[in-house]
Write a new protein. Sequence first.
Length: 343
Amino acid sequence: MPNICRSTPPNIQTSKLSFTVSEANELIHASCTTSSLDLRLASQNQRIMALEHGNPADLLPIHWKSQITAWFAEDTPSFDYGGFVVGDDERTATLYGKSRGILAGVPFFDEVFAQAGCSVEWHMKEGTLVDPGASGKVAVATVTGPVRKLLLGERVALNTLSRCSGIATKSRDMEILVRKAGYKGILAGTRKTTPGFRMVEKYGMIVGGVDGHRHDLSSMTMLKDNHIWARGSITDAVKAAKAVGGFSLKIEVEVDSEEGADEAIAAGADIIMLDNFSGDGLKVAAKSLRQRWAGKREFLLECSGGLTSENVETYINNDIDIISTSSIHQGVPHIDFSLKIDH
């Protein structure tokens, strides 16, 4: 398929640290246009524009609010001595953004203060850029309620918002990076999330514009090296997975060689993860597998293992359908927010 990509769309500085949703969409559409848009690119553009298709808060399951209740129980297991000091007078506090990044985690912040008996008014939309500018801070939201309840929810709300926004920001930046490098496939996170915080972290990935990958062990069967060693072979492991997963559950197999990939494809795996290949080795293996299995089997190729913003460009290869990396959600800097009582 001929590539008619334009290097930089009008009016966008590609050296920017972070992008708004509209800027990200414009950059992706402008730099990754083809004469006949293939399905993989169409799927990724749909993911990037998730915020324009609906409210990510509608993804949250019915039980998600109980997790916030548990966070409160962790933070205040008995008496709130500081709350006694300040009392119940009605006050207003301002949420300030103090570092540049993508705002994400609005429903979690809202629910923290709803459970504390406070109300929140937002001055920015989720998924947009928080830029403190020269002043060093920008008003993001206003929270109103009894002063002790404002302080009761403060740290729980800030921890959640800062973490979620940090992941959204890293996700957005990595997404822009791979599009600039010409990648047309899917950028995804991993299941290497913080225990008890997965929903927040996966939510941040989606707001940032990347694929969250499988949410849990029930979402997809991924057969890794330990599964293969325990079962005895890739073929037997795939057969066992198919026997219980049925037609609706995808099967992914992690391999470290072309031979392993061939066995997984022949066994009927839906996705082949080429794990810890070098950039050059990945390109050779992906091209070889595409050619060898052309017209015989349908499958997706994923690469993973050690990918970061510093080296991901060496792995860019459009024979690969999915690039997955934990670097967009593990150890990423938090976005700095503070909540200050107005006075």
